[in-house]
Design a protein around this ligand. Structure first.
Ligand code: FCB
Length: 442
């Protein structure tokens, strides 16, 4: 039997998620340039050199997009505000038009009975601050804190729940060690600093918001199941290293004030001086934790690799999505129960992102996406089981409401429950949208 609302605890929130740069259209309304604009303009970084200048034109079509959430019966909407739209140079002069946009957007959610779940940073560092080193510069914590106060002045009285940062692993490691997201660095010293400063900025934002009397504060972390390729001690160690970097670094710092040994093996020599003194700021109590989950990876030891972390990925055998990501709902169950048991106890958890990309086409005015319906049901099954096993899970946000700018992949990876035709900006709800609408109504 497909799961419906009635299988979940009272008050469980059903919603969808988006992010500012991926949908708004950054070319409108006086927003300042960000590191994603220059990263995308650089040869070889983003498929087709595509950027977020127009995206889904949500900046002009937001009412229609909020209607789609309301019409699906959603309880909540996870959105983000763009730092560079609020403060085009990252600090200093405000952009009143940008502030007014978010003010209207939040009122629009409330008018439609949607709880606003606000993410403060979903990846668009203002270029002027990127010029100063962005996440590698310790001052980023203060810059971020100042921006947080500005946007909180504008909408903080009406948002239901606040996340400081979306996916610090992507902000730091993917973007400064693997070089796959903006600013595209491949440098272990830059990466170690970003891994630490992103948490310091989180702590700074928490401190400032608490001082302003805000509650319901959290952070959104991403988790990928790290599976050893075999049973050899070397493969187990390789998976443990990957797990430390991806899954344990951020939550261990926030809840225990320490970093995992396997990750420090690589980063220790490159950490900013005196990092230990920041751990108290980082270790702020959370009111809730957001979990983003998509897939698993399989790791083998790579002893011949000349540099740390000496692991390599091995392809798996499960069905994959348009991203090439294996579909592995068991990993979501694992993380929800593992977090409860080892890190956060009874703290409310939310699945703040989970979804799949598919090469969706409109045929006769419709999009039929049975694989996505199955994906959602299987992951709801994992969430349901985790609740039975003691995880205090309070909500699920599908990624994403709309097909959108999928970062380095450009526009051809379609994650939405609503199809977007980028030529006409016509929105077409997919079959998965109807399925979610039905299951929420039950
Ligand atoms: C997550 C991001 C989100 C989107 C999905 C597919 O890592 O938070 O913006 O790109 O992946």
């Amino acid at each position: 039997m497909p799961l419906t609302r009635s299988d979940f605890p009272d008050g469980f929130l059903f919603g969808a998620a988006t992010a500012a740069y991926q949908i708004e259209g950054h070319g409108f309304g006086g927003a300042g340039p960000t590191h994603w604009d220059s990263f995308a303009a650089t040869m070889g970084n983003v498929k087709g050199g595509e950027d977020g200048a127009v995206a889904c034109d949500h900046y002009h079509r937001w009412q229609q997009d909020l209607d789609l959430l309301r019409d699906a019966g959603m309880d909540a909407y996870r959105f983000s505000t763009s730092w560079a739209r609020v403060l085009p140079e990252g600090r200093g002069a405000l952009n009143p038009e940008g502030i007014a946009f978010y003010d209207r957007l939040v009122d629009g959610m409330l008018e439609r009975g949607l709880k606003p779940i606000h993410t403060l940073y979903h990846w668009e560092m203002p270029s002027t601050l990127a010029d100063l080193g962005g996440w590698t510069n310790r001052d980023v914590a203060g810059w971020f804190g100042d921006y947080v106060e500005v946007i909180d002045d504008a909408i903080g009285d009406r948002v239901h729940q606040i996340a400081t940062i979306n996916e610090p692993w992507c902000v730091a490691y993917l973007s400064h060690f693997l070089g796959l997201h903006a600013p595209g660095l491949r440098d272990i010293r830059a990466a170690a600093r970003a891994m630490h400063h992103v948490l310091l900025a989180h702590g700074e934002a928490m401190t400032r918001l608490r001082a302003r009397g805000r509650d319901n504060l959290g952070i959104v972390l991403n988790f990928e199941y790290a599976q050893p390729a075999g049973n050899s001690p070397a493969d187990l160690a390789a998976a443990a290293t990957a797990d430390a970097i991806f899954n344990r670094w951020f939550i261990q710092a926030i809840t225990h004030g320490t970093y995992p040994d396997e990750a420090m093996e690589g980063f220790a020599p490159h950490m900013p001086q005196g990092w230990q003194n920041d751990m108290a700021t980082i270790q702020q109590p959370l009111d809730w934790l957001g979990v983003n989950y998509y897939t698993r990876h399989i790791y083998a030891a790579d002893p011949a690799a000349p540099t740390w972390p000496r692991t390599r990925e091995v392809p798996g055998h499960l069905a994959t999505t348009q991203m090439g990501w294996e579909i592995y709902p068991e990993g979501l169950h694992h993380f929800l129960t593992w977090l409860a048991q080892n890190y956060v106890g009874d703290l409310p958890l939310f699945v703040t992102e989970n979804g799949m990309a598919r090469d969706d086409r409109v045929e006769n005015g419709k999009v039929f996406d049975p694989e996505r319906m199955d994906f959602i049901q299987r992951h709801l099954g994992a969430m349901h089981k985790a609740i039975g096993d003691g995880a205090n899970l309070r909500g699920f946000f599908y990624w994403s409401l709309l097909d959108n700018y999928e970062w380095a992949e450009g526009y051809d990876k379609r994650f939405g429950i609503v199809h977007v035709d980028y030529q006409t900006q016509v929105r077409t709800p997919k079959a998965s949208y109807s399925m979610l609408k039905d299951l929420i109504a039950k």
